[in-house]
Every structure is written in C-alpha cells, then in structure tokens.
Design a protein around this ligand. Sequence first.
Ligand code: ACO
Length: 321
Amino acid sequence: MTLRAILAGTGSALPRTRVSNAELAERVDTSDEWIVERTGIRFRHIAEPDETTATLGAAAAKEALAAAGLQPSDIGLIIVATATPDNTFPASATKVQAILGAPDCIAFDVAAVCSGFLYAVSVADSMLRTGAAKHALVIGSETFSRILDWEDRTTCVLFGDGAGAIVLSAEDVADDRGILATRLHAEGKYCDMLYVDGGPSTTGTVGHVRMQGREVFRHAVTNLASVLGEVMADVGLAAEDIDWVVPHQANKRIIDATAKKLGLPADRVVLTVDQHANTSAASVPLALDLAVRDGRIKRGDLVVLEAMGGGFTWGAAVLRI
Ligand code: ACO
C-alpha cells in the first residue's frame, strides 16, 4: 500500500457577467477577428464588485466538497493559489475558510501567478503524504480584471475571472491512483517580462499587468514541453499513455504548439480558453472541473496538468483519477 493524494472532487465558479470579444471591442481598440486569430479567446467572465477572489474560490470549493461527499469540517488544509487576493493580507485562504465555516485548519495562499495551482497541488501533495492533513482543498481563484489596464489592448483582451477547486484526500492505495509526480520551476531573471507594475512594498498601489507577449509565448512553449517531458519520465510513461492533458488556458496557439511538440493529438487536450480566456491560477482547475463534469475525464484516466506564468514560473503534475 502507498499513501497518495487522491482526487476526491472538483468544482468551479464563474462570475455572472460574460463579455464577448465584440462587446469588448466597443470599449477597447480591438476586434473579435484579431483576438480569435491570435489567442482563440471568444468570451471571458468579469467579476462584479460583490464577486471577489475569496467568494468565487469559496463557491468553487463548495462544489468540490459536495462532489467529494465531504463537509467543511473534514478539511485540514486550504491552499488558495492567486495573484489577486481580496486584501494584501490576510490570505484569501482564511477568507475562504470563514465563508465555508470550516473550523481551525491550515490555510494559506500561494503566489506563483498562472502556475499557482500547480505549485499549490505540489505543496498539498507533499503535506498530505507527510500526514499534515487528511483532506485538502486546493483552489485557484482570480479576479484579474481588477489588475488589468483597460487602456492597454495588448493585455486586457487576454484575461478573465473565475475559480476552480479540487479536494485531495490522503489514502493508502494498492493501485496507481492519485498524484504520481509533480515538477516545479522558476527563473526569476525573466521577472520583467510579465509582471504587475505596483505592490505594497514598491509603489503602495495595486498596479497593472505588463507583458512582453512575444517573449512570453516563446518561453511558454519551450518550458511547458520540457516540464511535461520531465513528469512523464518521472512516472515512466510516454505521450501515448496520457488520456487527457489539462493545460493552462492562456492562448490556443501556445496549447496547440506544446501538444504538437509532444506528439499529443488535439482531441486529448481540454480546451476552455475560448470560453474563459486566461484566468491565471484558476484556469487549470476550471478546465479540469469542466472535463470531469461532462464525463470526458473519468476514473482510471491518466491526466497531466501543466502551467506557466509570471516569474517565470512553470510546472506540471501527473495523476491517475
Ligand atoms: N487588438 C488588435 N490589435 C492588437 C491588439 C488587440 N487586442 N493587441 C496588439 N495588437 C496589434 C499590435 O499593436 C501590433 O500592431 P502593429 O503591427 O501595427 O504594431 C500587432 O497587433 C501585432 O502585435 P504583436 O504583439 O506582435 O502580436 P502577437 O502575434 O505577438 O500576439 C499575443 C500578441 C496574443 C499577446 C501573443 O504574443 C501571445 O499570446 N503571447 C503570450 C502571452 C500570454 O499568453 N500571456 C498570458 C500570461 S503568461 C501565460 O499564461 C503563459
């Protein structure tokens, strides 16, 4: 028997308001054609003032708990991956805990931007396997619309808001179910290529997203293909063994180019970027929840998660459902 972190349930939450490319083009100098051709994005959800990273994260967490058949009181660890916390502090994880009414447990945020969910999964996996908790809520939640410069068409058309959550449970298993491998990376020398130009310790303001799009694109394809190769080698499996890839949903061209590099057919890649745009740390758990709920991802499937984001940071995970 091996102690592993098992996927026990998934959930997601999207803001009420959905904005199409055509609606965006009424306020920004852009077009549906340009956005679809360069990114594959057609819609994004934008949070109303009463919808925050914590409220969206808690809504996603409630769905994941229900899917796992657990109560908030069963949870011993809450990790929220986010770059857009409700407040500088406390951690959004503690706000989620309060909204859920979960009693005393471990709760903290992880900041690795678009790779945040992969970092959070890796940390939760380690903590569950060393006995820190029996059940963990791992949430990616973002309100990126609050840090977009709506005058900058090169960034504001790319992002959206939302949340995804999973429950991971520590279980002694005789088979290969659960998280089988995770790999994380960071290269801080590239931190000026994708960043927010504000913060508590520098400007004292929240700031806006700034990005060198072409450089990000180039690094994303190289790093994602490389980290996917690493995790698959860790578990001794090949591309043809993968049932589903759930990639970070930044740009359809990045997803297609990465899949092509690895020889993965497009029909094994979960794609939501057209509906959600880039929801940063929320994008992987949102896409995972969608594919679990529509029956594509099922018990026994080998699933690979991957993401890359500001820092640069990037990572991947392999799990058997
Ligand atoms: N609408 C219309 N025209 C635009 C827009 C827009 N929204 N944005 C830029 N343009 C124009 C530019 O001004 C430029 O015009 P010019 O030739 O007259 O100067 C032209 O389009 C081409 O601009 P580029 O920046 O060269 O366009 P590119 O083909 O590189 O596409 C994009 C830009 C989509 C941002 C691409 O570089 C990209 O996807 N990069 C990856 C960025 C990303 O995904 N970031 C997410 C965070 S990181 C991550 O999650 C992996």
